[in-house]
Design a protein around this ligand. Structure first.
Ligand code: SF4
Length: 825
């Protein structure tokens, strides 16, 4: 820890200073602040510290500010931040008028140890050895910014603005960090690397039902009216802490919880019915359930007619909807409305046809057309429960039972990220949304979408579009992370030349969380200047050429909106440790360094005042000044009407309807690869690239699985969110080290017992870790808790095992589409 605190001969080595290799108290030695903390600790707790930061205050007097936990669990829980003598000593829950929202989790209770984390970065550092070697030279902020900007300017001059790339995620994210940094790269014309986490999830759901200020889900309170809750690929008890409080209450009120997951999870242990599905086959189960709903006439006619694209007429010639212009009644363009057909053959606007036909193929003025619903019915025809049973390894009778429950409703779907983590992940979300729409389980009490990530982006009332995307910005290209390592090595992304000389990573532990870490490490060899701005020394910052220490959000004045609708003035509770600075200040310094001082002169206060100076904020009584006075404002109260996505048959899509047929289907990352438009316009399925372990007629086992028979997956634990909190000593006391779990049959076959050290490997890499036997695993599937970093493993890294393979339609991190073998060491 010492090296982050004091300059030791201008150069220090960190290789003996890794977490777990020195005792906690050694970490606590260091800067004056840390010395004070260490003393406080030894005396029995921070609260006994003799240091008084504010001479106006009595020693030990507690000051409470408010903040929002940005755990990237998407909870954004509001909390009280307790400070004594200039030190953060505790976090506690903030009251909420809706009782289920009044909670924080074990991670939120440990911010003290995130602020005073053993791997906290305190000073700008310049690499002094080889990349990743851990040798650093402490430099000043002025030196760091000057070096970065001098090199950036020279790259821009020699190779163009696209020679600099930025990569982010949701690490320390609030509007003053990630969005504000976008202002910088938008003005520089730099490349933005889309992290591509969960693209399958978002593509499938947003394409189907559109995105509102509530994202794609309902107000949590709608769960309390559900009779069935389908947690599909979602370990809600661990990862969706806030959502699960509502599910628990719904269960008390009589709702049945159905959990669909390859492995028996903690969520599964709470379920009324657990369905252990074969990995990567969720789309087939959804299509088969829809097949049953159609065959047994369990679909919702009114929703199909009024709320979906079902009656729209699809032209056989080009797959587009029939419009007025096709009939010579309008010019092509924005006002060119889609038409439907009545039972009497009349063609007109949906508003003109009282009861549109849902099925049939017709000739309309020389156009051969079929209703979109007919195409969907035809598409799911092959997925009889018996056929799906072979693929999904679920009895046909269970599939029928699930379909009947789902369609009867009211049913809320809590789809998680599990099915997303395959190269074919998007296929599930398109398929399940077709089921949701056709059965009308959306937009009414108890019927809808909820759970982890479904409704996590509640309107935050801040309008910063003009700041993030200034009219005079250059806006460089966006490229997708899983394709980047190869693209960097090849010097082109699709047909676009790519010559990245500098990579700036912020709000993201890229090398701890992206798939195929070794490919990224190789790609980094082609990068001249790798800059990482982060709060801690982690898997990514350790490889940087320059590290910029970022303040924890309780060390800055900021604004955030909790998931539960509390607008919070997150006042600076404590001074940033060491020389750490907020992302906002860092961006301003970089902007000035790049010669744009006039564009990067906003103070935090001006930024937030401007951001909240808009009609939407005013409508809920929100302004920066008011927030600063009051600390927090509830925008969601018991009397607030319950938001239901798709209510009144209205969806925020291009057609204003639920879309299970996509006339404008296109790849999310278009790198010029061909795709079958007719196939992709509707739900479809192909096996995972690697994680397909069985020979089923029509779908032979993957070549990779023939060589490596075990599917390697991870699951979300309650002790961390990705790699956030992973160095938190309190949480590490509860969950000390990574363990890979085996089904007893798989372990026995390999002579592996609990406690053995095993090597998990494939052609891409390996990880050495302790084993445990767990009958909760599906046979043939290995599970490791997500969020560990390089130093936590005995050797290797689990991110070295996964691949960057992507489906042509959606470029996504396919974490679970990965096969391995295991041997005892
Ligand atoms: S980690 Fe998530 S659930 Fe826990 S307190 Fe933070 S935001 Fe809330």
């Amino acid at each position: 820890m010492l090296y982050f605190v004091e300059r030791v001969n201008n150069m220090v080595e960190s290789k003996n200073l890794c977490r777990g290799k020195i005792p906690r108290r050694t970490f606590l030695k260091g800067s004056a602040a840390m010395l004070a903390l260490g003393a406080a600790w030894l005396e029995g707790g921070f609260w006994l510290s003799k240091v008084t930061a504010d001479p106006g205050k009595t020693a030990n007097e507690e000051v409470i500010t408010y903040g929002v936990c940005r755990g990237d669990c998407l909870g954004h829980c509001p909390m009280r931040v307790h400070v004594r003598d200039g030190h953060l000593v505790k976090t506690s829950k903030l009251s909420h008028p809706i009782p289920e929202f009044e909670r924080i989790c074990q991670r939120g209770l440990t911010h003290v140890q995130r602020i005073y984390a053993p791997d906290r970065l305190l000073h700008p550092l310049r690499r002094a050895g080889k990349r990743g070697e851990g040798k650093w030279e402490q430099i000043t902020w002025e030196e760091a910014i000057a070096e970065i900007c001098t090199k950036w300017k020279s790259y821009q001059q020699e190779f163009g603005p696209e020679s600099i790339a930025f990569s982010d995620c949701a690490g320390n994210s609030a509007i003053d960090s990630r969005p504000y940094t976008k202002r910088l790269f938008n003005l520089m014309g730099s490349v933005r690397i889309d992290n591509s986490f969960d693209n399958s999830f978002f593509s499938g759901i947003i394409d189907s039902v559109g995105e509102s200020s509530w994202s794609v889900g309902d107000d949590e309170r709608n769960l309390l009216s559900a009779k069935y809750i389908f947690a599909w690929g979602s370990n809600l008890t661990e990862a969706g802490h806030v959502h699960y409080a509502f599910i628990n209450k719904a269960k008390d009120l009589g709702a049945k919880l159905i959990v669909i997951d390859p492995n028996y999870t903690i969520a599964a242990s709470k379920a009324d019915k657990f369905v252990p599905i074969r990995p990567g086959t969720d789309a087939v189960l959804a299509m088969s359930m829809l097949h049953v709903a159609i065959a047994e006439k369990l679909t919702d006619k009114e929703m199909l007619e009024r709320g979906t694209v079902a009656p729209f007429l699809v032209k056989e010639s080009d797959g587009m909807f029939l419009r007025l212009s096709d009939l010579g009644r309008a010019e092509k363009g924005a006002a060119d409305a889609i038409v439907v057909r009545g039972a009497d053959g009349q063609i007109g606007l949906p508003s003109e046809i009282a009861v549109p036909v849902l099925q049939g193929t017709f000739e309309v003025q020389g156009h051969r057309v079929t209703t979109a619903y007919d195409l969907l019915v035809e598409r799911v025809q092959e997925w009889t429960p018996e056929r799906a049973a072979e693929i999904c390894d679920i009895p046909a009778a269970t599939i029928r039972e699930l379909a009947r429950m789902y369609a009867k409703g009211p049913t809320t779907l809590c789809a998680g990220y599990g099915p997303d983590h395959y190269a074919n992940g998007q296929q599930f979300y398109y398929a399940v949304m077709a089921l949701v729409l056709a059965t009308g389980q959306i937009g009414r009490p108890g019927a809808g979408l909820n759970g982890h990530a479904m409704s996590s982006f509640l309107e935050n009332y801040a309008d910063i579009d003009d700041i993030v995307t200034p009219p005079d910005g250059k806006q460089g290209p966006v490229i997708n992370a899983p394709l980047v390592p190869e693209a960097i090595k090849a010097g082109k992304y699709g047909d676009m030349p790519l010559n990245i000389k500098s990579l700036y990573v912020y709000d993201q532990n890229l090398l701890g969380n992206q798939t195929h870490r070794t490919a990224w490490l190789e790609a980094l060899e082609h990068i001249d200047l790798f800059v990482v701005a982060d709060v801690t020394m982690n898997d990514t910052s350790r490889y940087a050429d320059i590290v910029l220490p970022v303040a924890h959000y309780f060390e800055t004045d900021t604004y955030d909106m909790s998931y539960s609708g509390v607008a919070v003035y997150n006042a600076k509770a404590v001074e940033p440790l060491g020389e750490a600075k907020g992302d906002f200040e860092i961006v301003n310094m970089l902007g000035c360094g790049m010669g744009m001082a006039d564009k990067f002169s906003l103070s935090r206060d001006e930024f937030f005042r401007k951001a909240l100076d808009n009609e939407k904020a005013r409508a809920v009584g929100l302004s920066w000044e008011k927030l600063k006075q009051e600390g927090y404002i509830y925008t969601l109260k018991p009397e607030t009407p319950i938001y239901m996505h798709g209510a009144k048959y209205e969806f925020p899509t291009d057609t204003k309807r639920g879309e299970f047929y996509r006339e404008n289907v296109a790849p999310v990352a278009d790198v010029g690869k061909a795709f079958d438009k007719k196939r992709e316009a509707l739900p479809c399925w192909n096996p995972p690239y690697e994680a397909w372990q069985v020979d089923v007629p029509g779908f032979p086992r993957s070549e990779a699985a023939a060589k490596y028979p075990l599917v390697f997956t991870s699951k979300r634990p309650k002790f961390r969110v990705h790699t956030q909190y992973s160095s938190n000593p309190w949480l590490l006391e509860l969950w000390k080290e990574p363990v890979v779990t085996f089904h007893p049959h798989d372990a026995e076959k390999r002579g592996i017992r609990t406690g053995d050290v095993v090597k998990i490997f494939n052609d891409r890499g390996y990880v050495v870790v302790k084993a445990a036997i767990n009958p909760a695993n599906r046979p043939g599937v290995l599970v490791i808790d997500h969020g560990w970093q390089k130093d936590d493993f005995i050797d290797g890294h689990y991110s070295d095992l996964s691949s960057n393979k992507s489906d042509v339609m959606v470029t996504n991190n396919a974490f679970f589409d990965c096969v391995v073998e295991a041997v005892k060491q």
